[in-house]
Design a protein. Structure first.
Length: 211
């Protein structure tokens, strides 16, 4: 099924709204807890999502240029622009961004994937079960398996077969990695914490690649 831009934006907005609802239930301590995203706290991941929702093509080009084409420096500077002085401000910044339709490229599944992956980056270490829309997850899984963009997802699973245990999704060829579709998305994004959710012959190689 080929989706229109408007259909992708509906999925993105719905997943942002789902994240916003989860954030409303967090304690101050949870906001300052570590996420799965490098050294970022939950609050910093939220600020990063806000930055992504507010960065169009020219803003992205200027930012990456001034960052010397260093994506980590670019992300850190954009994050700082949207990090509130307190948790409530960071939350409101994100809430105001939920329905924006701004992106630097038309790679809509990648921007959908950013929301889904970072939602899990927040939820998993906090012990929260956070379930995105299955159709949104499928869109991201299909894109991640076929193409490297914001993450090296295609390279991560090249030469492996992915098979979902909870739906009819399959991709690739080679030794098998089998598990819930959301967990396959997360390991394609390089999150080693989700390796415990997958099994079969290809897992050892996938673990080696994630490192």
């Amino acid at each position: 099924m080929t989706r229109t831009a408007d259909e992708y934006w509906e999925l993105i907005h719905a997943e942002r709204a789902r994240v916003a609802l989860m954030l409303d239930g967090l304690t101050a301590q949870q906001w300052h807890a570590d996420s799965l995203c490098g050294e970022w706290t939950v609050q910093q991941v939220v600020a990063h999502l806000t930055a992504a929702a507010n960065t169009g093509r020219w803003a992205w080009l200027r930012s990456i240029l001034f960052a010397g084409f260093n994506p980590d420096r670019h992300n850190a500077r954009r994050l700082a622009e949207h990090l509130g002085r307190a948790v409530d401000e960071t939350r409101e910044n994100f809430r105001r961004s939920v329905t924006l339709t701004i992106a630097p490229t038309r790679d809509y599944p990648a921007w959908l994937g950013e929301v889904i992956v970072h939602g899990q980056d927040i939820a998993r270490p906090l012990g929260i079960t956070f379930t995105p829309d299955p159709e949104a997850v499928r869109e991201v899984a299909t894109y991640f398996a076929a193409k490297d963009f914001a993450v090296n997802s295609h390279r991560m699973v090249k030469g492996l077969t992915l098979e979902a245990s909870d739906t009819d999704f399959a991709a690739g060829s080679g030794p098998l990695v089998r598990g819930p579709l959301l967990s396959l998305v997360m390991v394609m994004a390089g999150r080693s914490e989700f390796l415990t959710d997958v099994d079969d012959d290809g897992v050892a190689e996938l673990r080696r690649r994630i490192g």
